[in-house]
Every structure is written in C-alpha cells, then in structure tokens.
Design a protein around this ligand. Structure first.
Ligand SMILES: Cc1ncc(COP(=O)(O)O)c(C=O)c1O
Length: 397
C-alpha cells in the first residue's frame, strides 16, 4: 500500500517504546504500581469547570466557531496581558488568538502552515530542541522538513545554544520549536534568551513557536514569555507564536483546550488552514475554558501543591542522580547513567514506571543521545504516593 514515505522518518512514540521495554517484565515485588512515566496531572480541576460545562449544556447541538468564541478569545487576551504585562491594546482577540483542541494538534498543524518546499537554497529545516516533546519532530518530518536537533544538555544549562547554530542552517530554517519551561528538563528560557531567538527568527525569516504549556507550573519566579520578549524588543509580534494549554495549568488535560497567539498575519493564515484540518472545540468546553482563564486562584493552589511535591523529592533524593529542582514544569530529570537500564530495574524491582530519557531525545548527527543517561519522572502524585515512590527508588537505584 503506498503511504507517505515521511512516516518512516518518525521516531518511535516514546510510550510505545516504553510498553515494549516494560510490558514483558513482571515486577518481582507486590507493591501497587506507581506510574511516573506520563505527565498527567493527578489533581482535579476546579469546580468552575464542571459548573461552566453544565451552564452551557444546551449548546452541544451547535457547531462551534473554529477560531473560538468572542468571550474565550477576550478572556485569553486579558490573561496574556495580565500575565506578561503586555499593553492590552497590542492584542486584538480577533487577530492575535486562535483556540485549539489542546495545544498538541496546533503544534502539529503549524508545520504545514509555515514549512515551504525549499528555503535558503535547500530543503527546509525545522529546529527541534533535543530532548523534545515528540510532536515537534513528528510535525517537522511530516511537513517534509529536515529536523535539526539542538542538544540541550547540562553543558549548556539545558537550553539549546543559539550561537552554535550554523548560519547555513539558520538560512534554511522555516520553523523553530522552543519549549519553556522545557519538557523534560524544566529549564526556563530567560527574557534575554527569548529576545535572541526572536531576533534570529526575524533576521533569518523563520517562525519561532514557543511552547509555553508549562508556564504556570513554576517553582520561584514566573517564566517570561515570548510575547513579553516581543514587547521588550518593541517591533510587534511578527514571526512569533506562543502555545498555551489548560492541561497542566488547570489540571484539565481531558478538556482538550489550549490556544495559539501572536503574529496576526500567521494567526490569520492559521485560521484559514484550520478551517480545513483543525479541531473545533465544543461550545461548552469553550465556556469552561473562558472561566478557567479568568480565574487565578485555582492556579495558585495548583502551583503550591507542585512545590510541596518537589520538597518531598528534594528531601528524599536531593544530592543524588544530579538532582536539581526544576525552575518550571513537573518533571524530574535524573542522571542515572543508563536511563533504559534504570527504568527496567525500577519496574522489575519496585513496580515504578518511569520514562528512559533517551526515548524523548535522539542521537543526532553522530552525537550521543543526550537523554540516554537520564530518566524522566512526572512528579504529579499525592504526597503519600510520592513518599512511597522515593523510598522504593532510593532502595533500587
Ligand atoms: C511540552 C508539551 N507541549 C504540549 C503538550 C500538549 O498539551 P495539550 O495538548 O494537552 O495542550 C504537552 C503535553 O504533555 C507537553 O508536554
């Protein structure tokens, strides 16, 4: 059967690879399994989610507007302006924002919007941080671009080294996916770093897409955002889009709701493309999203819960496995020497599932896989479960 040949360039889906690694193995201990492999919030979202769904339950019969209801887009621009101290007049809900059925689909579809057939005299390039959220690589390859992996290791403080990207690569670049706070390492791009990335995008005529999915789960200081960096540069939002999600901020991964905001020309063209292949968000869900973006109280509670979880992690394994407290997000990125072997041991001897870091990164251009030494742990469970998990991890590793 003839299929898109680009399919062959997709990496394994990390959770499929994890199933292949662990499913043949039965834990030798009788403990209840603890799943730390998936970044799924375990707290319930606030009641206002279900209240809004119920109040709009008569709207399931209606086709929703693809770009989002005026109320939701208004709530989003007000949130962006508040969160990133932007001039409210710089954001028009109709021109700068599109709602998404979760950010995953928007991140994926973006590459079909911005990757041309050729750029800079060669095949187009999509820059992907390495390790990466799997969608960036999938989107790059399925759009027919060369994914160029920018290793983000302890040597460069877990953020791609912008100065090291060759000029020829930048000239061919159509899109750069940047993630801040980064999944999996939890690193936050500084305002200066974001300004440099934006300047590169403008100088070399590519789109910078900043995935700010974890922006609201932070330890000390709120991560700066790419729109904030645009405001600091003072030349509008051109060539920049940011992605935000309710999945982690509001523990509402099942709601499937996020948005993309930024460059009005891109947003306009994206709206056009999405009318063919985008995901429409049902009206009751848009109403719930509106209520969630208008409320900060539940987000503060959520953040405090994550801080407490990292206190537990730090008390239990601080000083070991290269432990550091991530600035943002809810993952621990632990240097265990051999991530795959450690994941196998943790499953067999402690009934704990973690993700080998190498499954969310690749060995590119003859370099080592920058995730191979690591395991990624989602620190999402309640305190008693985390206490039990770290006791078992301490015994086994
Ligand atoms: C870095 C990153 N970006 C985007 C997403 C997608 O989130 P959603 O589609 O739930 O908005 C995830 C989900 O795990 C993620 O880790």
């Amino acid at each position: 059967m003839p299929l898109n040949p680009q399919l062959d360039t997709l990496s394994d889906y990390p959770f499929e690879a994890l199933r292949n690694l662990l499913n043949p193995v039965t834990p030798v201990v009788n403990h209840p399994p603890i799943l730390m492999s998936v970044g799924e919030p375990q707290h319930q979202p606030p009641a206002l989610l279900t209240e809004a769904l119920a109040a709009h339950a008569h709207e399931w019969n209606k086709y929703p507007p693809m770009a989002g209801t005026p109320e939701l887009r208004q709530a989003i621009v007000e949130w962006l302006a508040r969160r990133y101290r932007l001039d409210p007049a710089s954001l028009d809900p109709e021109r700068h924002v599109l709602t998404l059925g979760g950010t995953k689909e928007g991140l994926y579809l973006l590459s079909s919007l911005v990757v041309p057939r050729r750029k800079g005299g060669g095949r187009p390039v999509v820059l992907v941080p390495n390790p990466y959220y799997l969608v960036y690589n999938g989107a790059a390859t399925m759009a027919g671009a060369d994914a160029v992996f920018l290793d983000a290791t302890s040597d460069n403080a877990f953020m791609p080294d912008l100065a090291a990207i060759p000029h020829e690569t930048l000239e061919r670049t159509a899109l750069f996916y940047l993630c801040s706070p980064a999944n999996p390492q939890g690193t936050i791009a500084s305002l200066d770093y974001l300004k440099q990335a934006i300047t590169l995008a403008r100088r070399h005529d590519f789109v910078l897409a900043v995935d700010e999915c974890y922006a609201e789960i932070y330890d000390r200081a709120p991560p700066p955002g790419a729109l904030e960096a645009c405001a600091a540069l003072g030349e509008g939002y051109n060539r920049v889009v940011v992605f935000h999600s309710l999945s982690k901020r509001s523990s509402a991964a099942g709601l499937r709701s996020g948005f993309v905001a930024g460059d009005p020309e891109l947003i306009g063209k994206f709206a056009h493309l999405r009318s063919f292949g985008g995901c429409q968000v049902p009206l009751p869900i848009q109403a719930a999203a509106t209520a969630l973006w208008r409320d900060e109280a539940h987000v503060e509670v959520n953040r405090a819960l994550y801080r407490r979880k990292f206190d537990i992690a730090e008390a239990a394994i601080g000083g070991r496995f290269g432990f550091y407290r991530p600035d943002g997000g809810f993952f621990l990125w632990l240097d265990v020497g051999d991530g795959e072997a450690a994941a196998l041991r943790l499953w067999r001897d402690a009934a704990i599932r973690v993700l080998p870091g190498g499954y969310t990164a690749r060995a590119a251009d003859g370099r080592e896989n920058p995730g191979a030494r690591y395991i990624r742990l989602a620190i999402v469970h309640d305190e008693a479960t985390l206490d039990a998990a770290f006791a078992r991890i301490g015994r086994v590793l």
